[in-house]
Design a binder for this molecule. Structure first.
Ligand code: 4NP
Length: 166
């Protein structure tokens, strides 16, 4: 079982979008039993709140099902529970490390690390070379966020299929 936690600042826009996009992809490939997927926040700003309307609208437009989500701030113990902890932008990585401490097992990635090529996920290229996924809470552009999340999730799934021999 490959356990992935998608993380953003509020856990109402980007990380739930990534969670449900990725869940839909693995379902379409018949791989859902190989994964445990969840999402969380680095802040408690939106604690207990549901998915942002813009994310819901985008998921509905794409016929991607979503669950009864409630924002949750990640905890230090998530580091033991998950194999991959995937932020959306550099500031998420900084905040994740503040919660977790040192990334001893190199579990922390940025989603678009996986995108351009599998080599982008090579350990010493993490964080620095890939784009950030803009926060639609500020930009209002849920279409661009969705495009980037699909790109990242497709690449992440290819990476998992190859790395874990699925
Ligand atoms: P998200 O967007 O990190 O993609 O869920 C945000 C949601 C809420 C806030 C910031 C970003 N906020 O400051 O409450």
């Amino acid at each position: 079982m490959i356990k992935i936690l998608f993380v953003c600042l509020g856990n109402i826009c980007r990380s739930p979008m990534a969670e449900y996009v990725f869940k839909n992809m693995i379902k379409e490939k018949g791989l859902e039993n190989n994964f445990y997927i969840n999402s969380a926040a680095t802040s408690n700003e939106e604690e207990g709140n549901g998915i942002h309307y813009g994310t819901k609208r985008k998921l509905e437009e794409q016929n991607i099902p979503y669950g009864n989500h409630q924002s949750r701030k990640m905890t230090k113990s998530d580091y033991e529970k998950y194999d991959y902890i995937i932020g959306m932008e550099d500031s998420n990585i900084t905040n994740i490390k503040r919660i977790i401490g040192e990334d001893k097992e190199e579990k922390i990635y940025k989603l678009l690390d996986f995108a351009d090529s599998i080599n982008k996920a090579a350990k010493n290229e993490k964080y620095s070379n890939s784009r950030n996924i803009a926060d639609p809470w500020y930009t209002g552009n849920f279409d661009k966020t969705y495009e980037d999340i699909v790109e990242g999730c497709n690449a992440l799934l290819d990476y998992c299929i190859e790395t874990h021999n699925l």
